[in-house]
Design a protein around this ligand. Structure first.
Ligand code: PSV
Ligand code: MN
Length: 392
């Protein structure tokens, strides 16, 4: 097992999101944590801790509006923080949803001046990415409408194509733009990029460096995500993932906490593709979770461990045996290749791998013993608690 699991772990890396370290909540409110990060420096410091202990999260995704308060001028500071805390900036996420001007959309807004504003922010985001050597710019465009008849969906599609093409023209040769889809929320009648088919068509319209980003939480119940993954791989259009789990909608629950077999099946499709095609899939693995109740750093360490586990299990599938069983339509045998791999306990091998790399066998235990959480809770409590509103 070691012979398969070690190389799989050697290559597996997963990006963590800066927003996963900050206080977040639901639309009904926030439960504030004393230890939550309140500045970009604290986010880098916490993300650096996760990477130092797990060894598999070398990059942190950044959200432009939240992490670059001075736009492109924040770049020098971010580069310095990366060096100080041993974690590099990863994907850059423009924010096309929070500003008041986006009430009726950004790239799909009927007002050209607002579309131009969205484009200017996107260009700044691409420039930020370029100066930090970040390869991927992840576009989640929240545009949509709430009432039937109020938005011209075909016209908006044209606006989107124009804007996405204009963004693509800004990319340097080594950069990619990733286009994320989501069926609903914040819009509840129609969303301009609602599913993978729309994201695929928009990516093709944008240009060759545009690929689809699959956020596992952005699907309707029972949708077969691994089939979407298999199709995107076959079309050379899969750019990356935002991993999280869900029970009802875009719940941002911990990856693998509800349906670990689904994540396993996604990883399996990727590794099976690689076996059959004889080449690596160029896919960015990212976590997109904001932890409302769990401790943020612990939740991220737990997620990284779960991701490693499911990837290692997927690597155990006997691809040649599976291909033969599929060809022979030996259904029970074919299915059991997946079931046997999924049932294998890879945790001892993962612990051994960590030790072989000079990492703690249990990053969670090491974190709990480090005293880091206690230190930052004291340091940050006053600032965090000042944001608690009182109804007394
Ligand atoms: C939207 O739900 C999303 O998945 C997008 O990726 C955003 O960038 C992220 O969550 C942060 O809120
Ligand atoms: Mn996402």
């Amino acid at each position: 097992m070691r012979d398969t699991v070690f190389p799989a772990l050697d290559r597996f890396r997963i990006e963590i999101p800066s927003w996963g370290f900050a206080n977040t909540g639901t639309r009904f409110g926030k439960f504030i944590q004393a230890a939550a990060a309140t500045s970009i420096e604290e986010k880098f410091r916490d993300a650096g801790q996760v990477h130092a202990l797990t060894g598999v999260c070398p990059t942190v995704a950044l959200h432009v509006l939240w992490d670059f308060p001075d736009g492109v001028r924040s770049v020098t500071k971010v580069a310095a923080l990366a060096a100080k805390y041993g974690i590099q900036p990863g994907s850059i996420n423009p924010n096309l949803f929070q500003d008041q001007v986006y009430k009726f959309g950004s790239f799909g807004n009927p007002d050209q001046a607002i579309r131009n504003e969205a484009l200017a922010h996107s260009r700044d985001s691409i420039a930020i990415a370029r100066s930090l050597n970040c390869r991927d710019i992840s576009f989640w465009v929240a545009d949509g409408s709430n009432y039937p008849g109020t938005a011209n969906m075909r016209q908006r599609k044209k606006y989107f194509e124009e804007c996405l093409r204009a963004c693509h023209a800004e990319l340097s040769a080594s950069q990619r733009m990733l286009i994320e889809y989501k069926p609903f929320e914040p819009a509840f009648y129609h969303t301009d990029i609602a599913d993978w088919g729309m994201a695929l068509l928009f990516s093709r319209a944008a240009g060759p460096q545009a690929k689809v980003l699959v956020d596992t939480g952005h699907h309707y119940q029972a949708q077969n995500i691994e089939q979407i993954v298999a199709w995107l791989l076959a079309e050379d259009m899969l750019g990356g993932f935002h991993f999280n789990d869900r029970r009802y909608a875009d719940d941002d629950l911990t990856m693998g906490s509800i349906d670990p077999y689904q994540v396993f099946r996604i990883f399996h499709e990727i590794l099976f593709f690689e076996f059959e095609e004889g080449k690596r899939a160029d896919v960015a693995y990212m976590i997109d979770q904001s932890h409302n109740l769990k401790g943020k750093i612990e939740a991220m360490i737990q997620t990284a461990g779960m991701a490693q586990e499911l990837f290692a299990k997927a690597a155990l599938v006997d691809h040649a045996g599976l291909a033969a069983a599929q060809k022979a339509t030996d259904l029970v045998r074919a299915e059991s290749f997946l079931q046997d791999a999924f049932a294998t306990d890879v945790r001892p091998a993962i612990r051994e791998w960590r030790v072989s790399k000079g990492l703690p066998a249990s990053p969670m235990e090491a974190f709990r013993q480090s005293g880091y959480l206690e230190r930052i809770s004291v340091e940050r409590a006053a600032r965090n608690m000042a944001s608690v509103s009182s109804y007394a």
